[in-house]
Design a protein around this ligand. Sequence first.
Ligand code: AKG
Length: 279
Amino acid sequence: MNRHLRKPIADDEIRAYAEDGAVCVRGQFDREWIEHMLAVVEANLENPAGRVLESGADEPGKVIANSHMARSSEAFMDFVRHSPAREIAARLMGLDEVRFFYDQLFVKEPGTRMPTAWHHDLPFWPLAGNHVASVWLALTPVTRETSGLVYVAGSHRWDTMYRPVPAVPREGFALPEADGFPDCPPFHREFDNPAYRFLSWDMEAGDCIVHHPLAVHGAGGNPSEAVRRVALSCRFFGGDIAWYGPRTQFNIPGAEDADLEVGVLPADDDLFPVVWRAG
Ligand SMILES: O=C(O)CCC(=O)C(=O)O
């Protein structure tokens, strides 16, 4: 399994990340990583580690959005510490060092109608700043039609924070810190509107999308009859990121007992280990 990049991150990938807020990076994970992580995910679905989140039984198909697996599973932590994901994130953000934030699994079983609602990530998180990148690795092939992510290009520069709404609604999820955030518009109604540019990619297993914390994104259901859509999203930060404190019920296991100072980069090495440094 390759620990290092298979080829340097190209200047046009860095430019696309900066200008669009999302970029598809292809071919950086070897086959062994994909086969291995699919087996790890399979085992996680049988015997979940981390926090489990499943769509309701009354929905056709199923969405699984487990998170924080790496905090209790060596196999997921091995991916975080040794796969090329960390260097991809660092290079796109132009950082010499990145820390692990958290990992999340996104599975959509064949026949799932439930979309991924339009949102961006920062309003969910206890962070402020720009330098947190999510590396969403496709472990199965995916197209826009089978629940591939769609991004509104440039939305990371809108200087807006949309109301954080969890995939499975929970009473009191948004805290008063998120009061006043407007609802994220249903951007699929704007697909023909020339005022917006939408980005989506047909992806092979092993391609990844990297997105900025304010890049607005969403996805449809998975109408495929046979192909499960499996993605692993790992988030890395550094640079200008500062601890803000909770805006929602989202939390990092263990963060409540840590000494995290508002306005300062959360540099707790147990909670947020440095996983990549420029050599
Ligand atoms: O895979 C999905 O449907 C959602 C992914 C997502 O929102 C993320 O990784 O930030």
